[in-house]
Write a protein that binds this ligand. Structure first.
Ligand code: SF4
Length: 322
């Protein structure tokens, strides 16, 4: 797990080094006609140089609107795959080849096919945190922002929801008219947040509201004042009259929350809320990626076509609901 500094202060040499790298990235971006998209869980310095920072749904949308030739995707593998699925003519780069998502790896195509054979009357809804192969075998995709409306939109009474069981349980609570068949997957980062952590944080910050991501355990969600996706957290905290929040998701969120709400306070309930895979991307790797045009993420055409339909169905449900 990456080390976290107690005080996030850099020394003079580090500041100069990062400044130099950021300038180099700017030049390379121009040379390659590239755009940098970063997920909200990326390191602060990556969010600083990104053209857009957003959640998985926005990432998918942005990828369809981009006019640049190259998209550098600062996130994990399935996100770069989604960009490539929607925009196959672009060069999509993932700066660190190994940055995968353990949740996405908790399901295989064979296991999904077996489950579908077991429940032939069920629709398959896959959380966007899944591989292109899994998307290609699903009926519709969803993100944590739109999972409830996507499941509601399915014509089938039964839904196989993959791969996150905690998000699936949260959806089941909100869509009781459907029978949801859960997958035994989970996000290891959100799973580390315990009820004890939340209790301790509430004791330390008694005026703060607790906002939690639906990938957290149901017991933790029961303690939340508000449950929402990362995009939902930005909207909710901005609109709220409350001045202090305990944030129940990956700590990278604090960067933009603080930036957008300088008059409010944000606390992370435990330093364990860190996704090691998201933190693999550094400025050095982004510069290397742009310089050498690596590591290109491309989805085989036969998988891409099917996965694209799954993503497009999700985008049309969400657009229709707006
Ligand atoms: Fe995967 Fe969880 Fe990390 Fe997101 S935070 S990339 S779901 S392991």
């Amino acid at each position: 797990m990456p080390k976290i500094r107690k005080n996030n202060k850099m020394n003079k040499n580090e500041i100069a080094y990062k400044k130099k790298l950021s300038e180099k990235i700017k030049e390379l971006k121009k040379k390659r006609n590239a755009i940098i998209i970063a997920h909200n869980y990326q390191r602060d310095e990556i969010q600083e140089i990104a053209d857009f920072t957003c959640d998985s749904l926005e990432l998918a949308r942005k990828a369809t609107e981009v006019t640049a030739d190259v998209i550098v995707f600062c996130g994990v593998h399935f996100m770069a795959e989604s960009a490539s699925i929607l925009n196959p003519e672009k060069t999509v780069l993932l700066p660190v080849e190994e940055s995968g998502c353990p949740l996405a790896d908790m399901i295989t195509l064979r296991n999904l096919k077996e489950k579908k054979a077991q429940f032939p009357d069920a629709a398959v809804v896959c959380y966007v945190n899944s591989s292109a192969e899994i998307k290609s075998e699903s009926d519709i995709s969803c993100t944590s922002s739109n999972a409830i409306e996507v499941v509601r939109s399915a014509p089938n009474k039964r839904v196989i929801f993959v791969p996150d069981k905690n998000l699936g349980k949260y959806v089941q609570r909100n869509v009781p008219e459907k029978e949801i068949i859960l997958w035994e997957g989970y996000c290891p980062t959100h799973l580390r947040l315990t009820e004890e952590d939340v209790l301790a944080a509430k004791k330390q910050f008694p005026s703060a509201e607790f906002v939690a991501h639906p990938e957290c355990k149901p017991e933790v969600l029961d303690m939340a004042d508000h449950i929402c996706s990362t995009a939902g957290m930005f909207k909710y905290t901005k609109a709220s009259k409350t001045k202090e929040f305990i944030v129940g998701t990956e700590m990278g969120m604090l960067y933009k929350l603080k930036k957008e709400n300088p008059d409010k306070l944000f606390h992370i309930p435990t330093s364990h809320l860190i996704c090691a895979n998201m933190k693999l991307t550094t400025l050095g790797w982004v510069a290397y990626s742009l310089e050498n045009l690596v590591y290109e993420v491309k989805v085989p055409e036969r998988i891409r076509e099917k996965a694209k339909k799954t993503l497009e169905r999700m985008l049309s449900v969400t657009t229709a609901a707006r």
